[in-house]
Design a protein around this ligand. Sequence first.
Ligand code: ADP
Ligand code: TPW
Length: 584
Amino acid sequence: MTEASVQAAGEGSASAVTSAAALTDGIHLVVDALKLNDVKNIYGVVGIPITDLARLAQSEGIRFIAFRHESNAAHAAAAAGFLTGKPGICLTVSAPGFLNGLVGLANATTNCFPMVQISGSSERHIVDLQRGDYEEMDQLAVAKNFAKAAYRIHRAEDIGRGIARALRTAASGRPGGVYLDIPAAVLGEVLDKAKGERSLWPVTDLTPRQLPAPEAVDRAIELLSHAQRPLVVLGKGAAYSRADALLREFIETTGIPYVPMSMAKGLLPDDHPQSAATARSLALKKADVVLLVGARLNWLLSHGDAPAWNPDAKFIQVDIAANEMDSNQPIAAPLVGDIASVMDAIHERLKPGQIKAPQSWRDELKERTDANVAKMAKRLEAAKAAHPMKFLGALQSIRDVVAQHPEAYVVNEGANALDLTRNTIGMRVPRHRLDSGTWGVMGIGMGYAIAAAVETGAPVVAIEGDSAFGFSGMELETISRYQLPVTTVVLNNSGVYRGDDPSATSDPAPTSLRARHDLMIEAFGGTGYRAATPVETAAALRSAISAGTPALIDCVIDPSDGTESGNIGHLNPKGLTARQPASH
Ligand code: ADP
Ligand code: TPW
């Protein structure tokens, strides 16, 4: 029991202290409920009214990772959700802290990662009359717009129910971010200990299996069995579903080529002979039957539209969310269910040899793959020799070192830094790549890296554009304080996209940046490296990973390397002042 709640129990009377053993309070109940549900880690920032909650959680055996900014803590909770398949927990203070966390909660929901943001909030009777409380805000109303669901607990006896409901909602069906509001008064509420204990329960079967109907499975098999140019697209939902062996078996026995979305890389090793990642445009343009597995036909897949796709393509979609079907294209064979159950059902109902990808189609993609690999090899060769160092020069070194550490997690954000890393760094293990995801958001870097290190204990290599890194850079201190095995590699071309934009005034250009990031980590006791060549980059990364302690490598990249917005420059509005592609 906290000092504050003992006082609240009896207003300082002697009887309150003597009966304290039979009492509990809101803070204890939150911690007990989280423990009962096997929560191992909380990511957050303390302050009124949740400081004692963080202290108690820590002393009760839950690891509390104290961040410098709530958006990074929330991103960490989201990544924890993706990596463990159970909701990650983020803890924030009222109003501003809550709002800072909200971007992570919204991003988790957008990416279908399960997490719960638990936030303290101010006095309801003051907030709701807008009388001007300390950190006043109707957080529940705000959160509803940004979360899969938002709940508020009004009585300490409902804490167990509220936490069970939040965990269940976050993890079941399409995973997402859930907001749970707990006002200060509820955290401080004192109640009978036995009654409190009876009010808590562990959630049974957090993510129940959801099986597809047999006729839906047969419909999909039928379509695939007549395909001339079948294609599988693996999305991060497939990675999340942990149906690794079933997916691999299906792909290998049918011989269907597949394209992995960025966070599905490693579900099958990137050098798998059926990977059509390097012949992606041809595969999309020509496929006649497409099996989408945990991948949405959103902007990242050109909405399934021609000319990127064959306009006559028939889509089969495996997804847990029924309303994802037909969101962009007619879905000829919807398979609604969890991916493991759907793949199981396909496996059971498929007759031997019923689906077989024609060899001519596989050969066509293989030919394009070989040609593209040869083209890329030339680019890489040229980059290796270039001075100042190019993105691809540094990335080849990083690729070679990471290849020796398949257990390492790769976190990646930026524009060019994102596109080029995705294409250069092969993944061989499922769920080992975490990136900007569905929104293309900057700022996930250090939060995702911290969660990967905390949840798995494995080495983490965060490959960051210099602008991208800045959004969460202060968490280098968190990494150093907890001595996490995170190596941050900043591909520093001194700017957003590029570092050589001219300025129209005496101020720096809007895209211009200047920093020695290696010096930053030294302020926190970590190891800083500066690498100006591919050889120096490789040496620094090798030494950082083998040390297993916090490190940052500032890679000095040619400021003229990089293109506006990386691969997605075409999304910039084309008004009168549009930058001409020729100039950048
Ligand atoms: P990507 O960006 O990799 O293409 P998306 O985030 O667009 O992937 O799509 C992921 C999809 O996976 C979502 O539509 C989500 O509903 C779905 N999904 C997540 N988990 C599961 C699961 N266990 N079973 C089935 N579908 C899932
Ligand atoms: C929360 C807009 C997209 S990419 C990017 C920004 C600011 C940074 C690109 O520069 P960086 O990488 O990281 O140095 P590189 O390799 O191209 O030089 N705010 C948020 N999210 C997004 N996506 C942006 C701004 C953006």
